[in-house]
Design a protein around this ligand. Structure first.
Ligand SMILES: Cc1cc2nc3c(=O)[nH]c(=O)nc-3n(C[C@H](O)[C@H](O)[C@H](O)COP(=O)(O)OP(=O)(O)OC[C@H]3O[C@@H](n4cnc5c(N)ncnc54)[C@H](O)[C@@H]3O)c2cc1C
Length: 445
């Protein structure tokens, strides 16, 4: 028998885990697993706030694909179109012309992108918090603003540099805000020109609560903790505009802020618009609990999806509920999906995915956290410790686990690094200036 080609679109939480498991479960005579992703690594997103805060090296919060997926074929590129009626995907490699890849089964896992609104100024001044590039940029930017504030004699420039605005109070926004504030507060010990009270950290959240993933009392506890740290928490408030860095809020307030981080939710990858897969009203690929794509009540043979881009029924809740977009579901769905693909390849029926959401753990900075797992609520140090141990156990590969633990230990004994490497964002500047051709007249002089 010819091996089936299984094309995995996106090597994130779903794609990496599914590809790994498929390559272990199926022999090379049964299947060839081809993985396409424009990034050479999977990003372990729950570690982005810690990477931005300097507790973990950014390099250690990603997992190199070629090292992990040795039994798979890895293609560095983006899938730009899928024509499932012909079982063909169009791939744009990171260099060179596009090419078509035919397949027998496709795993649709390109995840999600930031869900933005047409807010004036957001496109020019905002930044998301979903990629390792954004985390590195934000870290350098925040530390750079401390340098600007320490150097400037202008009080307006200083105020704007020290005002950090985060929009969206889910776990990504809260963790990013709390970790960055913690890092900046730590860094201030090296800035005699600045006081912690000079900084203004603002959270703008459109609903009346934060962390919708945990119970209301835990959300309220989180707000209390952030208020104790002198943060400016605006619930029931929307960002109306941020033209030229001037933040205007729906409560009428307005202020300058050099930093505007948008963490107000996600939407499925726009690449799905160029596919013929059925989608729901939130543009997610519609799936059965078996993780097979479904069109009405017709199973789309050979098509599978999971993670942030998929609407997967949550069998632990009333009908009509879907699994939340979380790493917790993504990695478990990936395992179930890989097992199901193996079953179908071997001519057996697939099995339903069923997992009761265990809860959430969020870090609020060093030694601070909030957790609700299987109904057990924890705050402070125990929650933070749980956050660390849980995610350390979850990041793929022994290699990464060791590196992360070593990073934490180094930061514990030697204090975390609080230096901005802003040059990373324009590394050619100095060389370009040095290598400018010298005008003939000055050469003669
Ligand atoms: C800051 C932050 C913190 C989080 N913390 C938690 C947490 O504590 N707990 C939790 O459960 N969840 C957490 N999440 C959510 C969790 O990370 C996501 O739900 C999970 O990553 C979804 O997995 P996925 O495979 O669907 O998408 P992703 O992991 O995002 O992977 C998508 C992959 O597809 C690739 N891709 C995109 N487009 C294409 C294309 N056209 N062709 C090929 N490849 C493509 C991308 O490069 C990426 O590698 C957090 C998210 C963020 C941003």
């Amino acid at each position: 028998m010819n091996p089936k080609r299984i094309l995995v679109v996106g090597a994130g939480h779903v794609g990496l885990y599914a590809a790994l498991r498929l390559s272990k479960k199926l022999s090379s005579r049964e299947a060839e697993v081809v993985v396409v992703d424009p990034q050479p690594h999977m990003t372990y997103q729950p570690f982005l706030p810690e990477a931005a805060a300097g507790n973990i090296s950014p390099r250690h919060s990603v997992v190199p694909l070629r090292r992990e997926l040795r039994k798979c074929k890895v293609v560095a590129g983006a899938v730009t179109r899928i024509d499932h009626s012909r079982k063909t995907a169009v791939v744009q490699p990171i260099s060179g012309p596009t090419r078509e890849i035919p397949y027998d089964h496709v795993v649709v896992a390109p995840g999600s992108v930031s869900r933005t609104l047409p807010i004036p100024g957001l496109h020019e001044h905002g930044i998301g918090f979903k990629t390792i590039g954004e985390a590195i940029y934000l870290r350098n930017h925040v530390l750079d603003r401390l340098d600007v504030a320490a150097a400037t004699p202008d009080p307006d420039v200083r105020r704007s540099a020290l005002t950090f605005t985060f929009v969206g109070g889910g776990y990504a926004g809260i963790e990013a805000l709390a970790e960055m504030e913690d890092m900046a507060r730590d860094a201030l010990r090296y800035y005699p020109e600045l006081e912690p009270d000079d900084m203004r950290w603002v959270l703008v959240e459109a609903t009346q609560r934060v962390l919708p993933e945990v119970d209301r009392d835990m959300g309220a506890y989180t707000v209390q903790q952030l208020l104790k740290r002198n943060m400016d928490i605006r619930l029931d408030t929307r960002l109306e505009s941020c033209v030229d860095g001037v933040v205007k809020l729906s409560d009428g307030d307005s202020f300058r802020s050099d930093t505007i981080v948008w963490t107000a939710g996600v939407k499925p990858s726009p690449m799905l618009d160029r596919t013929d897969f059925p989608r729901d009203e939130r543009r997610r690929v519609t799936c059965l609990p078996t993780l097979q794509v479904v069109d009405g009540d017709r199973v789309v043979e050979g098509a599978w999806s999971a993670g942030d881009c998929a609407a997967v029924p949550d069998l632990t809740k009333e009908p009509g509920n879907y699994c939340s977009p979380s790493a917790q579901h993504a990695v478990r769905q990936a395992a179930r999906m890989a097992d199901n693909i193996a079953l179908v390849v071997r001519g057996r029926p697939p099995v339903d995915y069923k997992h009761k959401h265990a809860g959430s753990v969020a870090s609020l900075g060093l030694h601070k956290g909030v957790a609700q797992v299987y109904g057990i609520k924890m705050t402070g140090w125990p929650a933070w410790f749980m956050h660390r141990t849980y995610h350390m156990s979850r990041i793929p590969s022994f290699n990464r686990k060791v590196r992360v633990v070593v990073d934490w230990s180094l930061a514990f004994f030697l204090k975390r690094e609080v230096v901005a490497l802003g040059q990373l964002h324009d590394p050619r500047e100095e060389f370009a200036e040095a290598s400018q051709p010298i005008p003939i007249t000055s050469r003669a002089a």
